[in-house]
Design a protein. Structure first.
Length: 256
């Protein structure tokens, strides 16, 4: 599942050429805006030679001041699970420059930004030192994070999940308000009919296939209620990691 770039609050798709054509915004003594193209270039420089960009999507508000983007990468954590990098930037003092990375990060023009690795930098006089340094630190965490994710997925793949246990997980997810009760029927159908409706890597009776049965329901929710879907996805992963004693950590450097 690629990164989610959701533009439903006024931003519209745009291109690299359009970003480069935007007029520069003057600085003040304490506020120094980085151009959207500059933030984008900082990310591309860190991807170059280490990761392969498969697809890029960019959105910008009509006034050109707020920009949102994602890079979907060809690099994978497991079969069918690719890495992505998202970012956002404002030249109107609305929010900090930010980058997120991981599996299915979310960037929305309602200002929601989530990911497994997240970093920010305010547009202060030191932003051109601070942001690159924080991006460097974030990218340094990715290899270890990637190994953790791969190990977690391999653990889930190795757990045989009887139908009765899968049913218990669905009920627990609903009881904890991780998924609505109305979703359980669809998750159950995807699970029981997985050999017909799921890709080959999700057709066995493993905990990994069960997690992806839940994910099928979540895909639709990202287009209708992205903040809620992002929270439910994180909580769902937490439930599975708790049940199967998988310990993971989110890397979120402090925004200051």
């Amino acid at each position: 599942m690629p990164a989610n770039l959701i533009l439903h609050c006024g931003a519209a798709p745009t291109t690299e050429a359009d970003l480069l054509a935007l007029p520069s915004v003057p600085s003040t003594k304490s506020w120094v805006p980085m151009a959207h193209s500059e933030v984008r270039r900082e990310i591309l420089e860190r991807l170059h030679g280490l990761y392969t960009v498969r697809q890029e999507r960019i959105g910008v508000t009509p006034d050109g001041h707020n920009c949102f983007g994602v890079f979907d990468l060809a690099d994978t954590v497991a079969e069918g699970v690719a890495l992505s990098v998202g970012w956002r930037n404002s030249t109107a003092k609305l929010f900090s420059a930010a980058m997120c990375a991981g599996i299915n990060p979310l960037v929305c023009d309602n200002l929601l930004l989530t990911g497994d690795v997240v970093t920010f930098a305010k547009h202060t006089t030191n932003v051109r030192r601070t942001l690159p340094a924080r991006m460097d630190a974030a990218f340094l965490t990715l290899p270890a994070w990637r190994e953790q994710q791969t190990a977690a997925i391999e653990t889930l793949k190795g757990v045989l999940t009887p139908d009765a246990y899968a049913h218990d997980m669905m009920v627990e997810a609903a009881a904890r308000d991780i998924m609505p009760w109305s979703a359980i029927g669809k998750v159950h159908r995807v699970w029981t009919d997985r050999e017909e409706v799921q890709p080959p890597q999700f057709r066995d009776q493993s905990a990994w296939s069960l997690l992806n049965a839940f994910t099928e329901y979540q895909k639709e929710r990202f287009s209708t209620n992205a903040p809620e879907a992002a929270k439910r996805s994180a909580d769902l992963a937490g439930l599975f990691f708790e049940r199967f004693d998988i310990r993971m950590g989110q890397q979120t450097p402090e925004d200051n």
